[in-house]
Design a protein around this ligand. Structure first.
Ligand SMILES: [Zn+2]
Length: 296
């Protein structure tokens, strides 16, 4: 299912805020929680729409899945608007976001090519979330943090057992409108796959994916196994092409881009971002082959 309205109510107490392609989310309750902070430009949208739901109440936490520019872009802005709100992320995320090089990159990407655009307010992580940590939203309504590295080192998935609702962000790839699942193992293939296998052990009825798509019911239950399968097939494809092109990564990249990106219709990520990610994934497959040449 594709989220169309802004803001969209997904359940009685769970809302998508801002544009669906780069959303933030709100779980309402006695201690409301926001998830994801999208891009800087949409900070006021996330904030206004949260206020529309909450009135005079305020979110008490903003939980980040990872500190990529389009998932933490408005975190500093939201913290300035709601100073009492605590930002939660993994230990790795809390360290990365202190680095000037990370701040510079996130700032640059949030400008979208406009050098004069106001862009990104640095922030600190107030609450370091370890695997298994829980945040109470209301009695009987908790958010569980599950560490799921592989897309990035700092990735955290959030799971709400009472709703069987999961927010894995890019831990489980990104589905296109045509159903094709883009694999997203930017740091390590096996770690990424292990994280997905772990997530497939949770009961999921509502699966909130990274950029404008969510699934319910059977679609939600079947998605993670499908994403695991897509990841294995993508890795095999890269291996075949590395073999065909005698290890020439650039040639492999061009061939994959032609099939996967150029032919794909509709909304897609900007080409430089796609190529950057593709290069990282090919490198991850190659690293894996080199570390264990005989593996199947
Ligand atoms: Zn990401």
């Amino acid at each position: 299912m594709i989220i169309k309205s802004d803001p969209a109510r997904i359940t009685d107490n769970f809302h998508c805020l801002g544009p669906a392609q780069v959303p933030s989310f709100l779980l309402d309750g006695r201690h409301p929680v926001m998830f994801e902070a999208g891009i800087y430009l949409f900070g006021p949208h996330y904030h206004d729409e949260a206020r529309r739901v909450l009135g005079e109440r305020r979110p008490e936490h903003l939980l980040l899945t990872h500190v990529h520019f389009d998932h933490c872009g408005a975190a500093g802005y939201l913290k300035r608007m709601i100073p009492e709100m605590r930002i939660g992320a993994s230990r790795e995320g809390s360290e990365i976001i202190k680095k000037q090089s990370a701040i510079d990159l996130i700032t640059k990407l949030n400008r979208y090519g406009d050098r004069d655009a106001p862009s990104f307010e640095p922030f600190v992580v107030d609450v370091v979330l370890e695997d298994g940590d829980k945040i109470e939203v209301s009695p009987g309504l908790d958010v569980l943090a599950i560490r799921t590295p592989g897309h990035t080192r700092d990735m955290t998935t959030y799971y709400v057992p009472a709703l069987k609702l999961m927010i894995p962000s890019e831990s489980v790839g990104v589905p296109g409108a045509d159903g094709y699942i883009m694999s997203e193992f930017l740091t390590d293939y096996d770690i990424y796959l292990n994280s997905m296998r772990r997530l497939s052990g949770y009961e999921v009825e509502i699966l909130i994916l990274a950029h404008g798509v969510y699934y319910t019911g059977e679609d939600a239950r079947l998605y993670i196994p499908r994403a695991i399968d897509a990841t294995e097939r993508f890795r095999e494809w890269v291996e075949r092409l590395l073999d065909k092109h005698h290890g020439d990564q650039e040639a492999v990249m061009l061939e994959i881009k032609k099939e996967e990106y150029d032919k794909h219709e509709g909304e897609k990520q900007p080409e430089p971002a796609y190529l950057l990610n593709l290069r990282a994934k090919i490198a991850a497959v190659r690293k894996r082959l080199e570390s264990s040449p005989g593996r199947e």
